[in-house]
Design a binder for this molecule. Structure first.
Ligand code: PLP
Length: 379
């Protein structure tokens, strides 16, 4: 059987990874400044994480959600403490799209409405709840026959208010920092006004922290830079450091009932062990502090590259923009300089999402390689 060919692949086969270093099948070492789309939060094969997951695997990896699982309770308590959302409840699932799908479902049940407001260039997943943008072409797959998604530009609160006043909207879903779309962000004024008009119109405000959460922005959740209180927060990528796990964090204003949400794999013993280990390591190694320290260093160091027209993002969810398509630059960085970076729908943007354990020395390595690559491409 062949693989269904939906991904363009770089000719590299990683076989091992430790912290921020990936080794391929030829023994070549790469600096990982992309974390597989921001998934590796605490570093590849972090020893405490590996030990915890292995121990769980030896005992019990999975049983159904109809049987008590104390690891889910432990994970929820630790996540509440780490994020400050102690009075929220946690629904566990297995991916970002599944988290958003369930968040929209809660909003739809709660309001008995179905229209969703999202923002231009947003990305919330590729399943039936998808609001996806590929090559600036919108792909809108409705959640069900009634669910319609309306896209609006970021930072235009009047347009949002006009839509909410029509009375058929269940939820506004927004990334605090756009990931795949290219790191655009709402302003604090916009987020605060959004919170107010959602509350005034009984519309559920969903913050999609699938990529920006778990410390990546320099706060546990990126919406916390704006002093707002969302109704629902979704999370996934950094939550399991490579183990598939997602979460829907639900404010106390929503009442749970049996059968409202469900999943087979979500919250398995193994997933919870991975999730608990990530939170423990984040705390032990003070990874949010490291994120802020290295981010500050990055914003200073990157000034050494005059070809960059804009530096975007927060914490270690970063991008550097040029006035040309960066595909050749990115390829050179991987193949010749052995540094993994990421792309975006904005073809001029090179994305940098390293593990949160990254050092300032690695940033220096990146800057030197970027300088050399730009000079070589010009020559
Ligand atoms: N939401 C955001 C902000 C994302 O960046 C992504 C994935 O890139 C998703 C949702 C979908 O997550 P998953 O691919 O785990 O379904």
């Amino acid at each position: 059987m062949n693989l269904f060919d939906v991904y363009p692949l770089y000719p590299i086969t990683p076989v091992k990874a430790v912290d921020c270093t990936i080794t391929d099948d030829k023994g070549i070492e790469y600096l990982d400044l992309y974390s597989g789309h921001g998934v590796i939060s605490i570093g590849h094969t972090q020893p405490d994480y590996v030990a915890k997951v292995k121990e769980q695997l030896d005992n019990l990896s999975f049983y159904s959600n109809a049987i008590q699982n104390p690891l889910q309770v432990e994970l929820a308590e630790k996540l509440g403490k780490a994020s400050g959302l102690t009075d929220f409840s946690l629904f566990l699932c297995s991916s970002g799209a599944e988290a958003n799908e369930n968040a929209l479902k809660v909003a739809s049940f709660h309001t008995n409405k179905s229209r969703v407001i999202a923002f231009d260039n947003s990305f919330h997943g590729r399943t039936s709840a998808a609001v996806a943008v590929t090559d600036n072409k919108k792909i809108v797959a409705p959640l069900n026959a009634q669910q319609v998604v309306t896209f609006l530009p970021l930072n235009q609160i009047d347009l949002v208010e006009t839509e909410l006043k029509k009375g058929d909207v269940c939820a506004v879903i927004i990334e605090p920092i756009q990931g795949v779309g290219g790191l655009d962000q709402g302003t604090t004024d916009f987020f605060q006004a959004l919170e107010k008009i959602c509350a005034a119109n009984d519309v559920v405000l969903i913050l999609d922290e699938v990529q920006s959460g778990y410390g990546r922005s320099g706060k546990f959740f990126a919406f916390q830079h704006h002093g707002i209180n969302p109704d629902i927060v979704t999370t996934a990528k950094g939550m399991g450091n490579g183990f598939p796990i997602g979460g829907v964090l639900i404010s106390p204003k929503f009442k749970a009932s049996y059968g409202l949400l469900g999943t087979t794999f979500g919250g398995s013993h193994l997933a919870c062990a991975a999730g608990i280990a990530v939170l423990d390591v984040m705390e032990d190694k003070k990874l949010i502090e490291n994120t802020n320290k290295v981010s500050e260093y990055f914003f200073e160091a990157i000034k050494a590259i005059p070809e960059i027209t804009k530096v975007k993002g927060k914490g270690l969810m970063l991008g550097v923009e040029f006035d040309f398509d960066v595909s050749a630059l990115r390829k050179k960085m991987i193949i010749e300089k052995h540094i993994f970076t990421g792309g975006a729908n904005n073809k001029n943007l090179l994305r940098i999402l390293p593990p949160l354990t990254i050092t300032t020395a690695a940033i220096d390595t990146f800057i030197v390689a970027l300088k050399e690559s730009l000079a070589e491409l010009k020559a």
